[in-house]
Design a binder for this molecule. Structure first.
Ligand code: GLU
Length: 304
């Protein structure tokens, strides 16, 4: 398949379309990005790499990090995890508090903020130096020792994290948060601030396309069955309340972040990371969704 040609066709399509949406600004530091940039990186399980555009720019991966946090928590807790967080799509915004009260402090899934905060609480309980050990895990999974937290973004989010603090307080009232709220919130803001390029994302998440093993490092990150389950959750819950639209138009499991990045997985085949900072009104990268829609259409590689 001539992926370079496909990517240039996609770029031509993008030029013809208006770049709609807005860069996330509720975390002030995220606004400081050129909204016209976009990058694409495809990694296949037979270790072929294809890049286009700004694929070597570091981006704030934001909620994409929730997949790594879930992976580590799943390795540590096994199926006990599901006593504290569900696997159902939420159908509501990523930071909505309403459902959480109805469901007595058990978040719908690990990818809405409430669920990711429970996962962070579990990791804080399990790890003696959570920030350091999570970073080491991310570096090992990706086979890249240079991945780091974005301290300015972490600080910026921490100073404005009123809603996430509200989630933690509500869940603590229901007994689903075991640790100190500030400690969990610090850890959460750090993991959301991780900076990776599209290339690092595509290579780093290839374990989900390859039955839990990173083909670049040969390292087993997670069991085959667990990788399958994480892909299932990404398919159903990876795009806030737009998971249906993503399945409908793109047809791959994936996860987006408010930094404008999206990782998508074709199990048994490839992982692809795209980035464009402007978000639609559901919080997903406007162009990122279009790029992936063109890509799976041209390559006929929707999983459906
Ligand atoms: N750190 C962001 C928040 O908690 C993550 C949101 C996202 O990327 O979905 O609001």
């Amino acid at each position: 398949m001539d992926y370079h040609n496909i990517f240039s066709d996609i770029a031509i399509e993008l030029q013809a379309m208006e770049n709609l949406g807005a860069v996330a600004s509720y975390i002030p530091e995220l606004q400081n990005v050129d909204s016209q940039k976009f990058g694409i990186h495809l990694s296949t399980i037979d270790k072929q790499d294809y890049s286009y555009g700004d694929s070597n720019d570091k981006i704030s991966i934001q909620s994409i990090a929730k997949v790594l946090a879930l992976t580590l928590a799943f390795v540590l807790e096994k199926d006990n995890l599901w006593n504290r967080v569900g696997v159902e799509p939420s159908g509501s915004p990523f930071n909505s508090l309403i459902q959480l009260e109805y469901e007595k402090g058990i978040p719908r899934n690990p990818f809405i903020n409430a669920g990711a905060l429970v996962i962070c609480d579990i990791l804080v309980s399990r790890l003696s130096r959570p920030e350091q050990e999570f970073l080491e895990f991310t570096r090992a999974v990706s086979g890249n020792a240079h991945i780091n937290y974005g301290s300015r973004v972490a600080e910026s989010e921490r100073l404005t994290s009123y809603r996430n603090a509200a989630h933690l307080n509500l869940m603590k009232a229901y007994g689903n948060i075991r640790n100190d709220i500030d400690t969990v919130l610090d850890f959460y803001c750090h993991l959301c601030s991780i900076e990776m390029t599209c290339k690092e994302l595509a290579q780093g998440f290839l374990y989900l396309a390859s039955n839990g093993v990173n083909p670049f490092t040969g390292q087993r990150v997670i069991g085959e069955s667990e990788a399958k389950r994480i892909n299932a959750i990404m398919q159903l819950c990876g795009f806030y309340d737009e998971a249906g639209e993503f399945a409908f138009t793109v047809g791959l499991p994936g996860k987006s972040g408010v930094g404008g990045g999206i990782i998508a997985i074709h199990p048994g085949n490839y992982s692809i990371a795209v980035w464009s900072p402007k978000l639609n009104n559901k919080g997903n990268s406007y162009r990122g969704m279009r790029i992936l829609e063109f890509f799976t259409t041209r390559t006929q590689s929707s999983i459906f």
